[in-house]
Design a protein around this ligand. Structure first.
Ligand code: NAP
Ligand code: FE
Length: 412
């Protein structure tokens, strides 16, 4: 049994400006890797620029990372970073820019090689002794879901294979700077589906063949935080979030349902955007990073494996695609008493309770039976994810993950 997170974790309001010195010896020029809008909107990018200015470090910005980033985008960004002579990478955003920054840092460290190195298990053997695998990566998350700031994983879209897959190399960020205030004005749908992703990491790591005392310890603590944060998110009426002048959330009947968890009223700011309480943002953010540390040691299992086809082919966001399969995954765990105590950490009494919570957090999906057959076959060929599952599955059982599921409708 061993446990190691090489990433230095700094979690604090205003931490990027307060700990600007972490960049002092990072390198000669920074490549900032972001999506189109959120790095700027959250203020995270301007915090980074101030910190770099304080350390007299020049920078360049690649802001074209799409959701579920593709290998093609990684190639484009790394060529840009090399042309700019950047020698370290700062990822700012949700899991997509953070995962992208790891793969870009790998590509930039080997300028004569192509994208085949991303998925080459033998590449490490080809490296001359002492050659670093990647440029240093700094991670600044603006979502609380993937935990990518504390994981070695980088999941990319492979258009050739019409799916998503983690690259073959483990790349931990050197430093993660986690400021929960970046979450406080995010769209409700993003907050919800990313929170569900973090829950998926907690479930799939806890009930994993590689699970140990260490990851379970992190998870049991994280679940308490997550349960409180998720109930606040669930208590917000989406129609209210869409209409700034609608009635207050306190008059919303859903609020009553989750009143045993709820802490503070969220305030609606603009269409689809809510202002989350800082306590809730802190809880979700910490739970997400702890969940990232947990999966760093176990990996994920069936729900993540099943989610990739739904995201690639149906365009379902990562967190929603994960959430759909949590209840079936837990239903087949042989020791149901352990499932009950696991759920209790999050303040949930039963799988039914969990299902009701998920129904409020994510959007239901519809798929065709013929697609289900293909997705099940693809899952059955994913040896790594199957090996992490504590029970065996066959075609019939995996099909039931879709057909006996309140969150997905199968059509003929
Ligand atoms: P994301 O794809 O990074 O971002 C989703 C959307 O949310 C984007 O439109 C983004 O805008 C926006 N956004 C991000 N932060 C925001 C904020 N604070 N306020 C307003 N909008 C914000 O979402 P994600 O769920 O965090 O990441 C999903 C990716 O992570 C998937 O590719 C998944 O496979 C991967 N993942 C990785 C790990 C790991 O261990 N490495 C684990 C699980 C999942 P912009 O485009 O403008 O930034
Ligand atoms: Fe995930």
């Amino acid at each position: 049994m061993n446990f190691e997170i090489p990433t230095k974790i700094i979690t604090e309001k205003g931490c990027v400006r307060l700990h600007a010195d972490v960049f002092a010896n990072a390198g000669k020029k920074a490549l900032l890797v972001t999506g189109r809008n959120s790095a700027v909107k959250t203020g995270a990018q301007s915090d980074v620029l101030l910190a770099l200015a304080q350390c007299n470090i020049p920078y360049c910005i690649f802001n074209e990372i799409e959701e579920n980033p593709s290998v093609e985008t990684i190639e484009k960004a790394s060529k840009f970073g090399l042309a700019e002579q950047a020698d370290f990478v700062i990822g700012i955003g949700g899991g997509s820019p953070l995962d992208a920054s790891k793969a870009i840092a790998l590509m930039m460290a080997h300028p004569t090689r192509g994208t085949e190195i991303l998925y080459s298990k033998d590449f490490l053997k080809e490296l001359a002794p002492g050659t670093p695998l990647n440029l240093p990566v700094y991670a600044i998350p603006t979502t609380a879901g993937t935990g990518s700031e504390a994981t070695p994983y980088s999941i990319l879209t492979l258009h050739e294979e019409k799916t998503k897959r983690s690259i073959s190399h483990r790349i931990f960020p050197v430093v993660a700077l986690i400021d929960p205030t970046y979450l406080t004005e995010a769209p409700l749908t993003v907050l919800r589906n990313t929170a569900v992703d973090a829950f998926g990491h907690l479930v799939e790591s806890y009930f994993n063949t590689k699970s140990t005392h260490y990851n379970r310890m992190l998870i049991e603590y994280a679940l308490k935080l997550w349960g409180a944060g998720a109930s606040e998110l669930a208590s917000i009426d989406p129609s209210y979030a869409e209409k700034p002048d609608a009635e207050e959330p306190s008059k919303n009947p859903l609020k009553k349902l989750f009143s045993r968890f709820a802490e503070k009223e969220p305030v609606v700011k603009a269409k689809g955007i809510i202002s989350l309480s800082s306590q809730c943002a802190e809880k979700l953010s910490l739970a997400s990073t702890l969940a990232g540390m947990a999966i760093s040691h176990t990996g994920t299992s069936l729900p993540h494996g099943l989610s990739y086809s739904l995201t690639y082919e149906q365009g379902i966001p990562h967190g929603d695609a994960i959430g759909i399969f949590q209840v079936p995954y837990l239903r087949y765990i042989p020791e149901q008493d352990k499932v009950t105590s696991f759920l209790a950490f999050a303040g949930l009494e039963s799988l039914n309770d969990l299902e009701n919570l998920l129904i409020r957090l994510i959007a239901p999906a519809t798929v065709m039976q013929t697609d289900v057959d293909r997705y099940v076959d693809s899952m059955l060929s994913n040896a790594a994810k199957l090996a992490n599952c504590p029970y065996s599955v066959d075609k019939e059982r995996l099909t039931a993950f879709y057909t006996e599921n309140m969150l997905i409708k199968v059509e003929n």
